[in-house]
Design a protein around this ligand. Structure first.
Ligand code: C2O
Length: 489
């Protein structure tokens, strides 16, 4: 097994070589090989994570990254008594690599998982796992920081704790204006930092997560993972944990109320003069099978194979060089630079879509950005095959989420909804089901940066694109030389 490890969301400038996704910024690290990632984190505080970025290896290879305030500096809230990490994961009663191999062979959707996990343990509601349920301690009167990370492979998750309210203070390693909520919704890739108070009668309270599954009719893992918030002292241990109510799996209203509550803690530095205005659709799709294909390889509906795309291009990874190497060394024939700034055809993205628009083309192509360009992207979900919420993640940057909504983005009326004052900064935006989201960033980090849906099955189907950000002027605006131990293909 070969992997690349990447630090999801780490804002590391000029060191794209240390980003990690296979064939984007490096070739895979071979079995027994090694590669040291060297980078500096700048301007971020809070919670990020790292994970493998090759096939489905990240199902088991992941962990938290915690960035505390510098020595002598403090949180923008009273120092919490305790700091706990909750890593939400997804588990198959099978080797996850076999699960994705089988799906790749058949062209169908992979088997759904058998459990979700909290810090690796599924919890009390599954057979046989009770004795290992994770305990999160709390003492009466304390205020604790809990860092929640969705590291699941393919599922947005609701998260709650019985009888305790959350004060949300951060997301994706940026602080936000505190707001109060009973439930969080995180797409894979997202993190949320919350404060909770030990203000309930001492006892045991379930911490629980279950699916937010927005694709109509699609199968999903409808189990619930639990951990236990346990008050210190005798009362804590004895009592039976209290179970919270989680939202229904299709509760888009609750998901939206949560994702639209984020505001940056301070006045945001949103670019206003836009140099690059892109409109990018995020779609599923199906490919017709070639006449001679075996039916066993065409197991998606009506004898097709599942695919996915951005602006009708299903992204294909190169195989001999990483994009970054090809760019840096000027190796021709690895990629083209003609990713379109808008969809090739305009249609009613969230209406009834003709099946003639369901089949994207497969390409290895990038979109070039000049160093320092102010970029706006309207991300538009579509109903091709089925509409679904997509956690869209951009490498190398934090971006501002300045608006989101349902239906087709309308530039005449929706620009009035843009928040240019205090939008939250994130690295993964929850693109509403059958809706849109608008993000902005300044392209001041040279390199090749992939933007993809963080539902792993969708990346494999091609729901991705790559920005090639050119060097600027002088060393400080230029990609560093590749490290000597950079793996070769
Ligand atoms: Cu969290 Cu491309 O990754």
């Amino acid at each position: 097994m070969s992997y690349k490890i990447r630090r999801h969301g780490v804002r590391q400038v000029r060191t794209a070589w240390a980003d990690g996704p296979e064939f984007i910024t490096q070739c895979p690290i071979r079995p027994g090989g090694s590669y040291t990632y060297r980078f500096t984190i700048s301007g971020q505080e809070g919670t990020l994570w790292w994970h493998a970025h090759s096939s489905w290896v990240r199902a088991t290879v992941y962990g938290a990254i915690i960035i505390r305030p510098r020595k002598g500096e403090s949180f923008p809230f009273a120092k919490p008594n305790r700091d706990s990490v909750i890593l939400l994961g997804e588990w198959w009663d099978a080797n996850p690599i076999d699960v994705i191999r089988e799906a790749t062979r058949t062209g169908a959707a992979p088997n759904v998982s058998d459990a979700y996990t909290i810090n690796g343990q599924p919890g009390d509601l599954y057979n046989c796992s009770k004795k290992d349920t994770v305990i999160v301690p709390v003492s009466s009167g304390e205020t604790n920081l809990i860092r929640v990370i969705n590291a699941a492979m393919n599922q947005q998750l609701f998260f709650t704790i019985a009888n305790h309210k959350f004060t949300v203070v951060g997301a994706d390693a940026s602080y936000v204006k505190p707001f109060s909520t009973d439930v969080l919704m995180l797409g894979p890739g997202q993190t949320t930092d919350v404060l909770i108070k030990g203000d309930q009668p001492p006892g045991r309270y379930y911490i629980a997560a279950s699916a937010y599954a927005s694709a109509q009719g699609a199968p999903f893992d409808n189990t619930t993972t639990t951990a236990i918030l346990q008050y210190n002292g005798k009362n804590g241990i004895a009592s039976k944990p209290i179970m919270p109510t989680l939202p229904a799996f299709n509760d888009t209203k609750t998901a939206t109320a949560f994702t639209t509550s984020f505001r940056s803690q301070n006045k945001a530095d949103v670019p206003t003069k836009i140099d690059e205005n892109l409109f990018i659709t995020a779609s599923l799709g199906v490919n017709q099978c070639p006449p001679k294909a075996k039916p066993s390889n065409c197991q998606a509906p009506n004898g097709t194979r599942f695919t996915a795309s951005m602006n009708n291009i299903s992204f294909v990874l190169p195989t001999n060089f990483s994009l970054l190497q090809a760019h840096h060394q000027g190796i021709p024939g690895v990629f083209t630079a003609d990713f379109p700034a808008k969809p090739p055809v305009t249609f009613d993205y969230t209406g009834n879509i003709s099946t003639s628009l369901w089949q994207p083309i497969s390409r290895t192509t990038v979109y070039k950005l000049k160093y320092g360009a102010n970029v706006q992207i309207v991300l538009q979900g579509t109903g091709i095959f089925t509409a679904e919420n997509h956690p869209i993640h951009l490498h190398g940057y934090d971006f501002y989420v300045i608006a989101e909504g349902f239906g087709n983005f309308n530039p005449k009326t929706d620009t009035a909804k843009f928040n240019l004052v205090d939008p939250a900064q994130r690295n993964t935006v929850s693109l509403p089901v059958n809706g849109w989201a608008v993000i902005r960033f300044v392209a001041n980090n040279p390199g090749t940066w992939i933007m993809h849906c963080h539902l792993d099955i969708h990346i494999g189907w091609g729901l991705a694109m790559v920005f090639l950000v050119e060097n600027g002027v002088g060393d400080l605006e230029t990609l560093e030389q590749p490290p000597e131990d950079l793996p070769a293909c």
